[in-house]
Design a protein around this ligand. Structure first.
Ligand SMILES: C[S@@+](CC[C@H](N)C(=O)[O-])C[C@H]1O[C@@H](n2cnc3c(N)ncnc32)[C@H](O)[C@@H]1O
Length: 250
């Protein structure tokens, strides 16, 4: 993509290799390639590793992982038809590396200790706030393996009610948005993983705004009013959170 492209961003050289229209058509939240690239800065992926892309949506993060890191990816999602994902995989020529499957994150068909890494982009908020979920998930990673997530979240807790400028933005499904400290505590206290990274994306809200502007430009912004709220927020509350941990060696 050229520097003048609507999705070009200097911080995401790997994502810049992919066509904007393809990314805009197939991201189910804010640019899934930016978020995956940010996560992978802290996830050491080596060729041939077995990776679960949990809640992969339209599987473009899975395709990206296969192409950029030469890993094998199980593209697992509940809402999206795996045949649709398989067609996208074949179009991009990675059918020997990406395997789409439909299923629920709470009832997975995999062998215990099968994966070297589990990544989850913009999906963990749909099931991972359950206090008991990490214990379920970690069973599918080998000891020492990696669990890495990126979620939209809060840069600080609301003082009281939903802030006025976020009232139209904040849907019922936002109640699983939390702060980085909240997530860190949720994982840390279990003793099941050793947390390597727990941080926020600098300028995360600006990236969210850039994404919404790109959707506006092509006339495909499902919630145009979000842009007004995000501009007012300017990162006071809204942003992205990253957690990367290794399963303890037991
Ligand atoms: C906002 S979309 C993000 C998809 C993709 N990662 C992306 O960023 O484009 C959330 C995804 O979570 C998946 N999801 C929600 N609940 C799930 C569950 N219980 N098990 C598996 N996937 C789930 C949905 O199928 C959906 O594709």
């Amino acid at each position: 993509m050229k520097k003048t492209d609507i999705l070009y961003h200097k911080d995401f050289p790997l994502s810049n290799k992919y066509d904007s229209k393809w990314i805009l058509d197939n991201s189910m939240g804010p640019n899934v390639l930016w978020l995956t690239e940010w996560l992978c800065e802290k996830v050491e992926l080596k060729p041939g590793m077995k990776v679960l892309d949990l809640g992969c949506g339209k599987a473009i993060s899975s395709i990206f992982l296969a192409k950029e890191f030469n890993v094998k990816v199980w593209a697992y999602d509940l809402w999206i038809d795996p045949t649709e994902n398989w067609n996208r995989v074949k179009e991009k020529g990675v059918e020997d590396k990406v395997f789409p499957i439909r299923g629920d994150a709470r009832n997975m068909p995999f062998a215990e200790k099968f994966f070297d890494a589990i990544i989850c982009i913009d999906s963990y908020i749909y099931f991972g706030t359950d206090d008991l979920y990490l214990n379920y998930l970690q069973k599918f990673v080998r000891p020492g393996g990696i669990i890495g997530i990126v979620v939209p979240g809060l840069m600080k807790e609301f003082e009281k009610d939903i802030p006025e400028h976020l009232k139209d933005f904040w849907g019922q499904d936002c109640w699983s948005w939390h702060t980085v400290d909240w997530w860190k505590k949720l994982w840390d206290r279990t003793g099941l993983v050793e947390i390597k990274v727990a941080d926020t994306l600098s300028n995360g809200c600006n990236l969210y705004i850039k994404w919404k502007e790109a959707q506006d430009t092509i006339g495909k912004n499902p919630w145009p009013d979000d842009l007004i709220a995000l501009r007012k927020d300017a990162g006071e509350y809204v942003g992205f959170i990253r957690l990367v941990a290794n399963k303890v060696m037991i």
